[in-house]
Design a protein around this ligand. Structure first.
Ligand SMILES: C[S@@+](CC[C@H](N)C(=O)[O-])C[C@H]1O[C@@H](n2cnc3c(N)ncnc32)[C@H](O)[C@@H]1O
Length: 303
């Protein structure tokens, strides 16, 4: 799948280079700009999209998805519980974030607090398992989640450590933050877009939250057969890593679709990497293989 995407891009004479960390630099903007996309909203979205008549904001909320997270909110910090895969992936996704944001903001990735001076919003922060290390790396972090129970867990846990007690947690959505005219240097939404009602609208809100020239990082699961076999059948039904029904295959986006909807939201994807799991070591690592789990870093147009 990754090879197919890369060869498609090559055929279009687009820029694909490899940086020192072996991440792919993908500039797919022109290729994808006019392509139709089938999965930018799911057929049943209309049931979940809440139009706020006074403020004309389209809600990203999908109530049945939020109910799933509310039901297991007390397990966020159980590293052997339903969020074990996210705990295990955390060092790898943080490595990608550290490397891309340090390059973007000309920061030293080897210092203890490379994100000092950066305002970062973690959209769909859950219990805060990404927000906390970002704060420890020096960022001024705002974590938002649509599920109040998640925010309560995140707040309680962050308050245990002075380095993380500074995190601002709010039970809200990206679109509400846009209405409040909040702006950040970097906007991060990991493993959230596959749970929202309208991915394209959600990406527009993420883009609106970034300062011009700011950075965005999004991770999700590819709508590939391989993802169906591993992220759903194996992870939910055979290995019981995740509660059954956590993911809907039809809600996944392909890397091409994500690049396109981000580009339409004025975010240019600069780099993409896959996460691969080794059953031998039990660890995740960054890879060129974007056929299942992948992460993308982009920049918002403007200075
Ligand atoms: C799979 S979890 C990911 C948590 C966190 N980003 C991480 O990777 O550790 C998805 C989270 O997104 C939240 N969520 C889903 N839809 C949302 C929305 N429209 N706005 C804000 N949060 C949302 C859920 O409540 C849940 O906590």
């Amino acid at each position: 799948m990754a090879l197919k995407l890369l060869s498609k891009l090559r055929n279009q004479n687009l820029q694909i280079t490899r940086n020192r960390n072996h991440h792919r630099l993908v500039d797919a903007a022109r290729f994808f700009s006019e392509q139709p996309v089938s999965n930018l909203s799911t057929p049943d979205d209309s049931k979940f999209i809440i139009k706020n008549k006074q403020q004309t904001t389209t809600s990203s909320l999908k109530q049945h998805e939020l109910a799933k997270f509310a039901a297991i909110s007390d397990t966020w910090w159980d590293s052997e519980g339903p969020f074990k895969p996210l705990h295990n992936m955390n060092p790898t996704r943080l490595a990608f974030i550290r490397s891309t944001l340090c390059r973007h903001f000309s920061k030293d990735p080897n210092c203890a607090r490379p994100f000092e001076g950066l305002k970062i919003v973690d959209v769909g922060c859950g219990g805060g398992i990404l927000s906390e290390p970002l704060a420890r790396m020096g960022a001024t972090v705002t974590g938002v989640d649509a599920v109040e129970k998640n925010i309560n867990v995140a707040r309680l846990h962050a308050d245990l450590d002075p380095e993380t007690s500074t995190i601002e947690y709010c039970c809200t959505t990206a679109e509400k933050l846009v209405e409040e005219q909040r702006k950040f240097d970097a906007v991060i939404a990991l493993e959230v877009i596959e749970h929202v009602a309208a991915p394209a609208e959600f990406c527009k809100s993420l883009a609106a939250l970034a300062y011009p020239g700011g950075a965005t990082v999004i991770s999700t699961i590819n709508r590939s057969m391989r993802a169906y076999a591993t992220a759903i059948v194996a992870a939910e039904y055979l290995l019981n890593w995740l509660p059954k029904g956590t993911h809907q295959w039809s809600s996944f986006l392909t890397p091409e679709e994500l690049v396109l909807i981000l580009q339409r939201a004025s975010i240019n994807v600069k780099e993409m990497a896959g996460f691969v799991y080794s059953p031998l070591t039990g660890r995740w690592s960054l890879s060129d293989d974007i056929s299942v789990n992948f992460i993308a870093y982009g920049t918002k147009d403007g200075q």
